[in-house]
Design a protein around this ligand. Sequence first.
Ligand SMILES: [Zn+2]
Length: 249
Amino acid sequence: MLYPIELQVHADFLVIPRPIGKGCPLPLTLYAPADLLQNGTFGERFIGHLSSKTELILEILHFPHPILRHPAKPIRRVDENLRAAIRRMFELMYEHSGVGLAAPQVGIPLRFFVANETGSPHEGTQRVFINPVISQAKGVEEEEEGCLSIPSIRGRVKRNKTLFVRAFDLQGNEIAEPVGGFMARIIQHETDHLDGILFLDRLTENSRLALEERLSDFVADFEARQRTGSLPNDPQIAESIREWESRYC
Ligand SMILES: [Zn+2]
């Protein structure tokens, strides 16, 4: 099921997606002048209070951070804070030569990811997929994959060759398109992240066993960082997840 989202956009207009009819809800975009909104006609629910100058510090989290295993929840609303997070995610993705980055990888337990199949800020198209749903997945193809949350580890992963994706973009427009090629692989890899699945889970048993030692180094590093306090402990991570969910879900 495709979840609708509410958007807080620019100060001069507002987009309110609404469900239409039965089945899959689709967004209906309503525009209202800012002064009408400020007079309270639509109420605070849609305007909210944009926290001014909120500095959001994001970094790419590595395996075995527990948020990478937490199923992300659909987003109900998008605000400036989330837009800032998305801008930062693109920066991080390019800095680390990635082609996709899912919200849980930067500690956000929500269903969205960013992608640019060229991996370059100067080429291709920057895309944001909010609340993505994959259907009509067909064909199988095996290729090598890596993941920004498991740096330097690569493995061959079977993915469907083509699929149909439905989602929303950052402007609240519905995305509904057939996808093939490299982009189909990216969409499957990133949507897996939203379900708490890593490409490691899709390796053959032998490939996975061959990586055990290197993965145990990631575990040791993570545990050491938690012990020294450079990463939050498990209860703090759980509290952060609850905060994100209460604000956006
Ligand atoms: Zn990944």
